[in-house]
Design a protein. Structure first.
Length: 207
């Protein structure tokens, strides 16, 4: 039977990049103290990276170099394990959709869970609690659109929704429109107005 550190390392080798490990997953191998000590020794030796209390990830080996896993992969793993939703923040969503040229701050994600900070290599990751409606559509383009509109705010929402109507694939726009009832009223109204305005424009152009 492998030792506790060996068992942890064997488990690490079978995981994809960014998958988060916790000592409680290995309590069948020994006492909590023994498992915690094994994780601590592996982290000190560079075989694991401690990203928060009781949370670890494996470093990634590429071209004989070691690096920390990507922030997005770690966020996805935390979301899957914690039964919470995690997605890029509104500024990054707006940038990806072409609604702003500003360079958003890296390492900030929204979550339906509690707010907290993690240290992944040299990067600090901030998980900021957000209301469920901001993350109800997950990391889809329609979900990004909701977060982007929330970040743009009331003063810019009409211009943003008009742009989104043109840029989103029709199925993503339809998904966005289908959840209007769960969105703030100012956002829901703007989405409806954008659809009506563009449909009227198409009708007039075709007549």
């Amino acid at each position: 039977m492998p030792s506790i550190p060996q068992a942890i390392l064997e488990r690490c080798r079978s995981l994809a990049e960014g998958v988060v490990l916790a000592p409680k997953e290995f309590l069948h191998l020994g006492s909590r103290y023994a498992v915690d000590q094994a994780f601590s020794r592996l982290a000190k030796a560079g075989h694991l990276i401690r990203i928060g209390r009781g949370l670890y990830v494996s470093p990634v080996q590429t071209n004989n170099q070691t690096r920390a896993p990507s922030l997005e992969r770690v966020a996805e793993s935390l979301a899957a394990q914690g039964k919470q939703r995690i997605a890029v923040n509104g500024a990054r969503a707006a940038k990806s959709l072409g609604l702003t040229q500003n360079s958003p701050r890296e390492g900030v994600f929204l979550t339906t869970g509690r707010s907290r900070q993690l240290q992944i290599g040299d990067a600090t990751v901030a998980l900021q609690h957000a209301p469920y409606w901001m993350l109800a559509l997950g990391s889809s383009r329609a979900g990004d659109a909701i977060r982007a509109l929330a970040w743009m705010g009331r003063d810019h929402v009409d211009a943003a929704t008009s742009a989104l109507y043109q840029r989103l694939p029709r199925d993503e726009w339809d998904t966005l429109a289908s959840v209007r009832a769960s969105l703030p009223s100012w956002m829901a109204v703007s989405i409806g107005k954008a659809a009506t305005r563009n449909e009227l424009g198409r009708s007039n152009a075709g007549s």
